[in-house]
Design a protein. Structure first.
Lengths: 106, 209
């Protein structure tokens, strides 16, 4: 028996939420550049994305988010590189999902 | 099936008139049958709207928003068909993980409750005895590791910690020793591993097929 998820809706939800998350990341980067927010807030965002991306079948999002999380450890913060990573994550999220590791049974 | 392009669901707040995209809004945590979008301007949700107006709001809402409206705090299993199914409690502050995790766990034949934080999970545990609690390790205030300790003090539930902090067998044993977890799952979630873990703690004959 093949177990099916409402994958179309889930994928669309992921994409909508990813766009919102990327907007949040850009806003946090601006606040960091203005000295208003510590880098931890940004690291947490990337950490969340790293867990979510691959779960929804976007391993590229996970990989890029992990790089983003590593970049947040740098002092000073490499904001240009973080901007590039954020852009790459946004593009990766618009690609077709590989789907989750399925629950199919023969 | 054609994939409908995601549309912004722009509505005016009934309370302050602020116009915002409800599809992007946070949802409330009111105790009720459903969660409703919160106005980013005044913080009011739609729960106090007359039923007819709420129904009209949801009639026109995109599918992705409708999927998010199930309440996070529920003392009973959410679907009638799963009343006799073993209960799994999923705790994660990321809405995306709760959403897909709940669907997967229910497709596997279990009743699934979700919580967005440890405090909510503990409130659920006062009235429901899940067989398995799956919790994210990293959450604000009370994290999953503290939650695991608290659950183990007062419940027979198996606890699975999801984490991308610890990977590999080397850390698995430390997670178990230090926090009392029965298993750990790496993030991103491998649903085949999740299935195997649940079936180890709750044999398939007990779950609804």
């Amino acid at each position: 028996m093949t177990r099916q998820l409402d994958w179309t809706v889930l994928r669309e939800h992921f994409r909508v939420r990813l766009r919102a998350r990327m907007a949040e990341i850009r806003a946090i980067v601006e606040r960091i550049a203005a000295g208003q927010t510590p880098a931890d807030a940004l690291a947490l965002q990337f950490h969340s994305l790293a867990g979510i991306g691959g779960t929804y079948g976007y391993p590229a999002v996970t990989e890029l988010a992990r790089r983003g999380e590593e970049l947040c450890q740098g002092k000073p913060l490499a904001l240009d590189a973080i901007h590039e990573i954020a852009g790459a994550i946004a593009r990766a999220g618009e690609a077709d999902s590989l789907g989750p590791k399925t629950l199919t049974a023969a | 099936m054609n994939v409908k392009e995601t549309e912004a669901y722009v509505v005016a707040c009934h309370h302050c008139g602020h116009v915002a995209d409800a599809a992007q809004s946070q949802l409330c945590n009111c105790l009720g049958k459903e969660r409703t979008p919160v106005c980013p301007h005044c913080g009011q949700c739609l729960c106090k709207l007359p039923a007819a107006q709420r129904a009209e709001f949801w009639r026109q809402a995109p599918a992705a928003l409708k999927l998010r409206r199930k309440p996070q705090r529920s003392a009973v299993p959410l679907s009638p068909a799963s009343v006799f199914s073993p209960v799994v409690l999923l705790v994660d502050d990321d809405e995306e993980i709760r959403l897909i995790g709940e669907q997967v766990i229910e497709k596997l034949g279990y009743a699934c409750l979700t919580a967005d934080r440890a405090e909510t999970a503990l409130a659920i545990l006062e009235t429901v005895q899940p067989r398995v609690v799956i919790t994210d390790a990293l959450m604000p205030k009370v994290d999953g590791r503290q939650l695991c300790r608290l659950i183990k003090m007062s419940s027979d539930a198996k606890v699975v910690i999801m984490t991308s902090l610890y990977t590999g067998i080397r850390y698995k044993n430390e997670a178990h020793k230090e926090f009392g977890a029965d298993e750990y799952l790496a993030k991103p979630i491998d649903f085949a591993q999740l299935q195997a873990t649940l079936e180890r703690f709750i044999p398939p004959v007990e779950s609804v097929q």
